[in-house]
Design a protein around this ligand. Structure first.
Ligand code: C5P
Length: 395
């Protein structure tokens, strides 16, 4: 999310928005009401492809995504330029406009690029606010020293958009999983029957891809092993594309060394055809028998391997969800399992989902919401349990 406050440097926010979009970020611009004096909302809308948000009390906009949802949606918040007034309000926890409210409600990292007259920057009040904001975990970049719009020379200029972009990227490297390697399987597998046909399932891969994104945002190095899906490769993840369960198994085992957390979100086919016909099978007979044999259980094997990472499984069920999921947790010797209902327009190939997450000493329900948000919540749970386990093991 890009926040813009009322400073002359606001014109440079358009360039920053463009750079962020070019990096593949979904950019939602939020302006303070007086920022409009310095840059037009239409320009920013054209660059980001999303209407600018600026009102706290706008029933139409809130109906689409409320301010609390926006605060949750944001992976990071960059405010450029940040005026002295905005810094003061943010430091004291004021929430009298949309941008301040979002900053107060978010758990995402916040980066601000101050821009003001050099005397305003040097003022003890602004300096105190800077200290307070840093203590609250807000990151600051700049201001830079140089000639200012008002003719003064000194520290107060907003740093250049390219530098702000680099600082925004660094926000993620400081995440709770920085230095950790996370492997995620995603999507369905396809098990060939003959030269043109295969057995598969309705998995879209959305949950696995959303998890890959969430793990990357948490600072992890992400290895994504994906069956055939029609999704764009998530930015910054090492993607290995596979087709069958056997191929997925091979790719996982090949890259397992050094993996700290393994998340099996793929809907792996349980069986494959014993013999794959080289040519297309002809419809000469009234019935056709295809003999199926069991595929390797990738998750079970990873959980039983010598270099066992922290293992998270999924359980998609049409009935007795909690019981089946608990059985799988114990049977496959997992650290955690995320269970969801499937069938009846639920779970597979949908935008929203809900999860019941179970571990050996407890469980929690993550409510129905877009998979992108759900993945972030699940990733936070995984992080917490992973760190708790590794701390106990090393003490
Ligand atoms: O036993 P079931 O298929 O219901 O278990 C589901 C969990 O096991 C999922 O996390 C899935 O990714 C994983 N799995 C696997 N390899 C298989 C079958 C399931 O990794 N062959």
């Amino acid at each position: 999310m890009l926040g813009i406050t009322a400073g002359v440097a606001a014109y440079k926010a358009a360039e920053l928005a463009r750079l962020l979009v070019k990096q593949g970020a979904l950019v939602q611009v939020v302006m303070t009401p007086s920022a409009h004096e310095f840059i037009g909302a239409m320009t920013l809308q054209a660059i980001t492809g999303r209407p600018v948000r600026d009102q706290l009390f706008d029933a139409d906009a809130e109906a689409a995504m409320g301010h609390i949802e926006l605060a949750r949606w944001a992976d990071a918040i960059v405010i450029a330029p940040a005026t002295a007034d905005f810094m003061a309000k943010l430091a004291m926890g004021a929430a009298d406009n949309l941008l301040l409210t979002i900053c107060l409600a978010t758990q995402a990292p916040v980066l601000i690029a101050p821009a003001m007259n050099e005397k305003m920057w040097a003022h003890p009040a602004t300096q105190e606010n800077q200290t307070k904001l840093t203590a609250q975990g807000v990151k600051l970049i700049g201001p830079a020293v140089g000639e200012q719009a008002c003719g003064d020379v000194g520290p107060g200029r907003m740093v250049e958009p390219a530098e702000i972009l680099a600082a925004a990227a660094e926000l993620f490297e400081l995440g709770p999983l920085s230095g950790k390697r996370v492997m995620i399987t995603a999507g369905p597998t396809r098990e060939p029957i003959d030269a043109v046909r295969y057995l598969s399932n309705r998995s879209s891969g959305k949950m696995g891809y959303a998890l890959a994104n969430a793990a990357r945002l948490a600072g992890a190095e992400v290895l994504l092993i994906s069956g055939p899906v029609s999704l764009d490769a998530p930015k910054g993840c090492a993607l290995t594309e596979v087709t069958s369960a056997d191929e997925m198994y091979g790719a996982v085992m090949n890259q397992l060394d050094g993996v700290d957390i393994f998340i099996a979100a793929a809907a792996v086919a349980d069986y494959r055809a014993e013999y794959v016909a080289e040519k297309k099978i002809k419809k000469t007979e009234d019935t056709l028998t295809v003999n199926l044999v069991k595929n390797p259980d990738i998750l079970r094997e990873v959980a039983a391997s010598a270099q066992r990472p922290f293992c998270v499984g999924f359980a998609a069920e049409t009935n007795d969800l909690e019981q089946y999921a608990t059985d799988k947790l114990n049977d496959k010797q997992l650290d955690m399992i995320a269970a969801n209902w499937v069938g009846d327009q639920q779970g597979f190939d949908t935008e929203d989902n809900a999860l019941l997450v179970i571990w050996s000493e407890g469980q929690t329900q993550l409510p129905q919401q877009p998979k992108r948000e759900l993945a972030k919540q699940l990733m936070t749970l995984i992080e917490e349990h992973y760190h708790a386990k590794t701390t106990t093991q090393s003490s």
